[in-house]
Every structure is written in C-alpha cells, then in structure tokens.
Design a protein around this ligand. Structure first.
Ligand code: DMJ
Length: 584
C-alpha cells in the first residue's frame, strides 16, 4: 500500500504541553497559563488553509454537479437523492419534479459559519427558505432525518440569529426555524406507539406507512433529544422535547441490571431484539446524547442516566484501550471488533474529563489509521484482520472529531500532527476531480462513488477547528452527533449560572487562558482528581468502587474496577474484592 505524503514536521514541544496539562489537572480548574503550544503559526495556517481547500473542493463540486439534490457522486460527477438513500424509498414513488432536500447544503450551513463564509451561508439560507419543502411522499429514516436535516436547520437558524448583523441581504426572519418546525411536526406520528419508542421510518407526507417495520436501534430512538429539545425551546411547542424524552426514558427503563442496553428493539412491545451491544453502530449516539443533553439543558435526569451507563461501558466493554461488545444481560464479551464509529468515544471521554482514557484509546485508533491509511469500518480484534465485508471508509469524521476534542483539552501539538496525517490521507487516497470519494475497500483503496454529507458537516469542520477555533471564542457550543453546533444558553439550562457548571464547557478560548479539561471531571472522580499531584498517574473514570466499603463481596458483581490500571476486580474465595485474576 502506498504511504500518504507527510507534511513537514515541527520541532516537538509535546513535553511542555503535557506538563502543563498535568499541572492543570492537578489543580482542577485553577489557572494554569498556556503559552503557545510550539506548533508554529505558519504551519497552523498552512493546515487550516489546506482544510479550507478540502471543504470548498467538496462543496463546490456538490453545488456544481449535485445541488439541489442531496449528495454528490464524485466519480461520475452526478447526484444521489439521499432521502431515498436514507430511507431506501422507491424513487418511482417520488413526484416527477422532486429535487431532493438539498441535504448537503443543509449540512454545510453550520460549517460555512465555522469557516467564516457568511456570504455563502446567507445564500444557502435564502435558497432553502424559498425552495425547500418536506411535503413529499418520501419515507425517511427518523434518526438520519433528525441529525442531518433537523439538526442542520436548527443549528443554521441559531447561527443566523447570532450572526444576523453580519448578514447582508435584509434581516433574517426565522425561515430555517419554520422549516425545522414543519419537519419536526412530520416526525411526531412516528412516536405514536404504545411504548413511546418511535418507528425508525416515517413518510414525510403520510406518516407511518402500513406494515412499517417495528424494529429500530438504540441510537435511532435514543438520540433525538438535542434537536427536538432545541426545537421545542425555540418554538414554545413542548411536543417535540416531550416525545424525545419519553422515548429516552422508556429506553433507559429497558436497561439490564448491569446498566447496559442492547442494540435493536421492537417499538411496539418494548422488547430487545439484539442483546449484544457496544459503543459503535446502533448505540453510539445514545451515550453521546445523554451527556450532551446534560451539558445543553442541565437536567440531572440526563446525568443520572449517563453516569451509570458510562461506568457500565467502562466495566463491561472496555479491554485496555479497546472496546469490545458484550451481552447486556451477562456482560459476557460477544464480538471483539474495532469499528470506525467507535472512534467518537475518546471525544466523548474528553468532554467528560476522562482525558487519560481518551488518550489511550485515541492512540490505538491512530495506530490502525496509520496501518491502513484510513480507518476500516470493522476490524476483527480477535483475528487481527479486516472484517471480510466491511472494509470500507466512507469519509467518516469520528477519528478527526476525537482528535479535535483531545487537542482542545490538552493543547498537545501531537494531535495537530495526527490531524496532518488524517488530512494527508484524505487528500492522497480520496480526493478526485469531482470531490472526495468514499473508500470501498481499505486493502485496495478502491473508491466508491459517494461523498456523504457528513464529510462537510463533520469531517472538514472538526479538521478546520483543530487548526482554527476562532469560531469557538466568546461562545460555548455543544456539537450534535452530526457536528452541528448548538449554543449553550442559560435560558435553556437548568443550572447556569450555578457554580458547578462553568460556562466554558467545550472550548479553550485562547492561548492566554487556562486549560479547562471539562466541567464534568469533578462529577466522575470527585475527590481523586483534585488530590492528584503533578507527575502521578491520572485518575480515570474507569474507577468503580467496590459495592461495600469493607471490600467484602459475595460475587464478582460486588467488585469494582481499579482506578489506575482499569482492571476489573474479582471476588476471592474468602469474599474480598481484589485483583485476584489477571483477566484484564
Ligand atoms: C454521522 O452521521 C453521525 O456522526 C452519526 O451519529 C454516526 N456517524 C455518522 C458519520 O460517520
């Protein structure tokens, strides 16, 4: 396999940054001055501009060859209507003049603002407000429609409001919000089930179709709360948030005694179909939305779900830096696979403040990235080989996303070098004249004719923010699972300005300000973090105390996880928890 070209390397300044991070961790949120991270301004600007080029190469090709259809086919310079793709609908049923939902444009709006192109953002807003309609006989996937279309519109609306004074063509008049509300209303029939768990598919014009499948995934019905919660708060119509929250509560009530959830379920019976689960496909954003809903809305209810769920993941799925899958009922490992989607987890852990664990896993993902040049969709850890069929890389953002979070938390320029490798690979393997193409098979680097919209909403956005985070200054955002920023507002938040939720949750504002690992660190390991001294190992959220303070136990389930090694403790014959078995 060819190696991608590498950008010039700077003199490493990583040690300085690591020392500062340790100092910052040791002092909790106490001030720790961060001088320049040693990466170099010119190099940073070079990489920033490189990402700009990538974004516009993808965006302009989409606008030329695919707009107003949904996504670009970069090899044939044609288009695909992703409503059909997202929903597998029968194209013949669509109206003759059906033009798609301009999905990639909707998905690009927030990125255009992050990149500082308000003129193009405004052009997009105006076009969408005059042309976009959801009154089409199209069956779409609720989850995808929510994170891509609804999330893109809501985020675009909030940004249009915030940047209103900088827009040129007249006043913004909430057009994107009206579109979002129109779409949200069309989602509501999906929630009309005995359990409150929504159908996975909805016809935008006619609601739930006859004989619609009743099977859905955990992420499909457990990651709607950010967009639908925001929609309710913006419109004053509580139905959206109520529907998403009811579904989330129901899902959480279905957890096992180990606080694990499965991967697929039936929305009519509320019974699990697939008991094996992990942190990747079908589940991933369920965890993400619990913690992000807590950050955005401040309700303890989200934290009270997230915390045990997170600890259960660390206890039952984690194996050193890897996360395997396990049966939700027994915690027994089922599949030993690395998946590309799992690469968001270190980003989530960084948001949470579990930087040590995040860094460890991120490095392993990077090793796999280096080995193949990109991340394969699935890699069999037990056989040390690619999955026989899932060998593709569809330009996914998750690894870049985690790299961005880790750099924000640590200011360690090593992550900027990782970004260089990602950018190098994307340009070398996937850039074609007509845009950026997905990789069909990472062992041959054969390409596939598809540029997914998330390449613009997430992959390019996180890579840009890695080198230029000026968008984050003076504002706190939480990014949806599709990379759309939602501002954290005190009017939406139950706790701000309470002292334990500092305002700067997602960003390091500039180099003269202290590193803030995360406001949530203190909730994961309340005392141990602040007791750490410089140079000692970092506490990790994998720490789970034994059930009884005496460390007595009846079974292994009464034992927790060692904080430093993250090894699971077991119950001895004499009835004490300890590291008796070197199982991990
Ligand atoms: C995105 O659509 C979202 O991040 C989703 O949650 C899962 N991953 C894809 C991109 O890989």
């Amino acid at each position: 396999m060819r190696s991608p070209p590498r950008w010039p390397r700077p003199a490493p300044a990583r040690l300085v940054a690591v020392a500062l991070l340790v100092a910052a961790l040791a002092g909790g949120f106490a001030a720790a001055a961060v001088p320049g991270d040693g990466y170099g301004h010119a190099r940073r600007m070079y990489m920033r501009n490189k990402v700009l080029e990538m974004f516009y190469h993808a965006y302009e090709n989409y606008m030329t060859y695919a707009f107003p259809h949904d996504e670009l086919k970069p090899l044939t310079k044609s288009f695909t209507d992703s409503l059909s793709e997202l929903g597998n609908l029968n194209l013949e049923r669509l109206p003759q003049d059906y033009n798609g939902s301009a999905l990639t444009l909707v998905e690009s709006l927030s990125s255009l603002v992050v990149l500082g192109n308000l003129t193009e953002f405004e052009r997009g807003v105006l076009w969408l407000s005059e042309n976009l309609t959801f009154d089409v006989d199209a069956r779409i996937n609720l989850f995808e429609g929510n994170i891509r279309l609804l999330g893109g519109l809501i985020s675009g609306h909030l940004l249009a409001k915030d940047y209103n004074n900088d827009l040129k063509v007249g006043q913004y008049k909430d057009q994107l919000l009206h579109l979002a509300e129109n779409l949200g209303r069309r989602f509501l029939p999906a929630f009309e089930t005995p359990t409150g768990l929504p159908y996975a598919w909805i016809n935008l014009k006619y609601g739930v179709m006859e004989n619609e499948t009743t099977e859905t995934s955990t992420s499909g019905c457990g990651s709607l709360i950010l967009e639908m919660g925001a929609l309710s708060r913006l419109t004053g119509d509580s139905r959206y948030e109520a529907a998403a929250l009811r579904a989330l509560r129901k899902l959480w009530s279905m957890r096992s005694s180990l606080n694990l959830v499965g991967t697929t379920l039936d929305v009519l019976t509320g019974k699990w179909i697939e008991y094996s689960s992990g942190i990747g496909a079908g589940v991933d954003s369920f965890y993400e939305y619990l913690i992000k809903a807590y950050v955005l809305f401040g309700s303890d209810e989200y934290w009270d779900m997230f915390h045990p769920a997170y600890l259960a993941v660390q206890k039952y799925f984690r194996h050193g830096p890897w996360y395997h899958e396990a049966d939700m009922r027994t915690g027994e490992a089922t599949h030993w696979q690395l998946t590309s989607l799992q690469a968001f987890w270190p980003g989530l852990q960084t948001l949470l403040g579990d930087v040590a664990a995040a860094n460890l896993s991120h490095r392993e993902f990077y090793n796999v990235w280096q080995r193949f040049g990109v991340l394969p969709e699935r890699y069999l850890l037990d056989f040390g080989m690619l999955h026989p069929t899932e060998k593709y890389y569809p330009l996914r953002p998750e690894f870049a996303e985690s790299t961005f979070y880790l750099y924000q938390a640590t200011k360690d320029p090593w992550y900027l070098e990782v970004g260089e490798a990602i950018i190098g690979s994307l340009n070398y393997y996937t850039k074609v004249e007509g845009g950026f193409a997905s990789v069909r098979d990472v062992s041959t680097m054969k390409l596939e004719d598809h540029q997914h919209s998330f390449f613009l909403s997430e992959t390019c956005k996180y890579l840009f923010l890695l080198y230029d985070d000026s968008f984050l200054r003076n504002q706190n955002y939480i990014f949806t699972t599709e990379g759309h920023p939602l501002p954290i507002r005190s009017s939406w938040h139950e706790k701000i300005p309470a002292t334990h939720v500092p305002s700067n949750l997602t960003s390091v504002k500039d180099d003269s300000q202290p590193i803030r690992v995360s406001a949530l660190t203190s909730q994961v390991c309340p005392e141990t973090v602040s007791r750490q001294s410089v140079g000692s190992p970092w506490e990790s959220a994998c720490h789970i105390p034994d059930v009884f303070p005496t460390h007595r136990c009846r079974t292994d389930d009464d034992c927790g996880v060692e904080s430093a090694s993250c090894k699971r403790r077991t119950c001895s014959m004499a009835g004490y928890c300890g590291l008796w078995l070197a199982a991990y």
